[in-house]
Ligand binder design. Structure first.
Ligand code: AMP
Ligand code: MG
Length: 485
């Protein structure tokens, strides 16, 4: 495995060079074979569970690794914190995969750093397993996300309300640049660092912008990040994902989902769905995610203002215009996404009423989001499902049928499109919790592996899919997620 670390070239104000703190008794719990193969990790190493436990707990370092903890700031629940940073993570370096894409490889829960503040630098096993399963499920759903390579239990306990077993999770991401990284330097008035960071981000994630020159470069960069975020949030809304802690330090510049702390999946459709124990005001509830995304992009824009234009008023008006455009673009993509979910190849303005009426119906009747779209899809193939769903959806159903007829598209084409947008199975909260409990209580990953096997083909039913399709009995009424920090 050859590791490089281009982040080091940015300058030492960007990170702290620090090694992971060894753990007592590392033991490999989860290993992502498919991802390891993609990253061309030595097959001999992959066979050696003891060596993997050592490397992916931070007890042993790869010879060419220079571990660093990254500096960043961030707005948490709307409040600016100028000094966050990797308080429990170590970037080991970068790997190039078989298709020549570069990824960060990072340990999380690997010990304290300069940025730990009052934290212990560790991670509990539950949140580590949750991050592994959720991120792999999101990847399989076709959603941009950081992925997980390994979970190694540490043989040590961490205190989180009570003593819990600890673990280290290995995260693979396009990079760990966040909106908060830009805010960190902008808030210190270090424009030179913000400029370097923009150059680095474009090189890694938006190489097509390299030919942009002068101030247009920064506007183009901001616009490109906004577009990636819109795409991402539309995916979240498509599958009913609630991130739970969309702080600017958890908003990736590459447009990937990062930080799976208190996330959850929506069962019955409810735009106000939220599960995080620390989100008292519902700031990060399901339907609020696009607005928050836009708010986060405004924070990125603020960090870039002096680079967007030398005259501050002009810079503000350029940024405002761009963010307004972003809202329009989101609106269009949101309805196009929902249009695709109901089989429309092209969504016209008049379809917005049809779509909104369906959502209203789902909400009023507390219908399960995933199951409804799945059954709507299958109704095109099965007259039995067709009869059931027409009862469930009442008046809306014939309106939908008329609209499909009007579209005149081949039925099989419509079915295939809906099938590609509407998952059969998602990582439902009650299954996730049961699997995590099983891992902790038995020390075995068998239940996690069985769950993962199904989540790997979310748009297709396999022999065991049915075990995970059920909506929670109590509609997740009392379900709560925790940051796991
Ligand atoms: P998060 O809410 O997980 O995105 O974390 C917010 C900030 O708290 C980041 O700077 C983390 O590095 C830091 N942090 C979270 N948990 C811990 C911990 N157990 N020890 C040290 N720092 C932590
Ligand atoms: Mg974070």
């Amino acid at each position: 495995m050859i590791l490089t670390n281009s982040y080091l070239s940015l300058g030492d104000e960007f990170y702290q060079q620090i090694e992971p703190t060894p753990v007592a008794a590392p033991n490999l719990l989860l290993w992502n074979h498919e991802l390891a193969d993609q990253l061309a990790i030595d097959p001999a190493l992959q066979q050696d569970r003891v060596a993997l436990s050592q490397y992916f707990s931070g007890n042993r370092l790869f010879p060419d690794s220079t571990p660093v903890a990254l500096a960043y700031a961030g707005h948490q629940f709307g409040q600016f914190n100028p000094r966050l940073g990797d308080g429990r993570a170590h970037l080991l370096g970068e790997l190039t995969d078989r298709t020549n894409h570069r990824f960060d490889i990072q340990l999380k829960g690997s010990g304290p750093t300069r940025f730990s503040r009052s934290g212990d630098g560790r991670c509990a096993m539950g949140p580590a397993v949750r991050e592994f399963i959720m991120s792999e499920a999101m990847h399989a759903l076709g959603i941009p996300t950081a992925r997980s390579l390994a979970v190694v239990t540490t043989g040590e306990m961490v205190f989180r309300e009570e003593m819990r077993p600890g673990a280290v999770v290995t995260r693979i991401a396009a990079s760990h640049l966040r909106v908060g990284t830009f805010e960190y330097f902008a808030s210190q008035g270090n424009l030179d660092a913000v400029e370097r960071l923009c150059g680095y981000a474009v090189e890694r994630h938006y190489p097509e912008l390299k030919q942009e020159t002068g101030e247009g470069f920064y506007t183009a960069f901001l616009q490109a990040v906004c577009r990636k975020q819109i795409e991402l949030i539309c995916h979240w809304l498509r599958v009913g994902f609630i991130h739970g802690v969309m702080n600017t330090d958890n908003t990736s510049i590459s447009g990937e989902t990062i930080d799976y702390g208190p996330c959850a999946m929506m069962s019955s459709y409810n735009p106000d769905a939220m599960f995080s124990s620390i989100d008292h005001s519902g700031r990060y509830r399901f339907i609020q995610q696009p607005q928050i995304c836009q708010w986060n992009m405004a924070r990125l824009a603020e960090s870039l203002l002096p680079l967007i234009h030398e005259d501050s008023k002009t810079a503000v008006s350029i940024a405002e215009e761009l963010l307004k455009e972003m809202a329009n673009e989101f609106h269009q993509q949101y309805f196009a996404m929902l249009g695709k979910k109901i089989g429309l190849t092209e969504t016209k303005p008049a379809d917005e009423t049809l779509i909104n009426d369906l959502l209203k119906h789902l909400r009023l009747n507390k219908l399960d989001y995933t199951q409804t779209f799945h059954r709507l899809t299958e109704s095109l193939h099965s007259s039995e499902i067709d009869t059931q769903i027409s009862t469930d959806l009442g008046d809306w159903y014939p309106r939908w049928k008329i609209r499909l007829d009007e579209q005149g598209e081949n039925k099989e084409t419509v079915y295939q499109q809906m099938r590609s947008q509407n998952p059969v199975v998602i990582p439902r909260n009650h299954h996730m919790e049961a699997v995590i409990r099983s891992c902790i209580e038995t020390g075995s990953a068998d239940d996690a592996e069985a769950f993962l096997a199904v989540l790997k083909s979310p748009y297709r039913e396999t022999a065991t899919t049915a075990q995970y399709q059920d909506a929670p009995a109590d509609n997740d009424r009392d379900y709560q997620t925790f940051c796991g920090t």
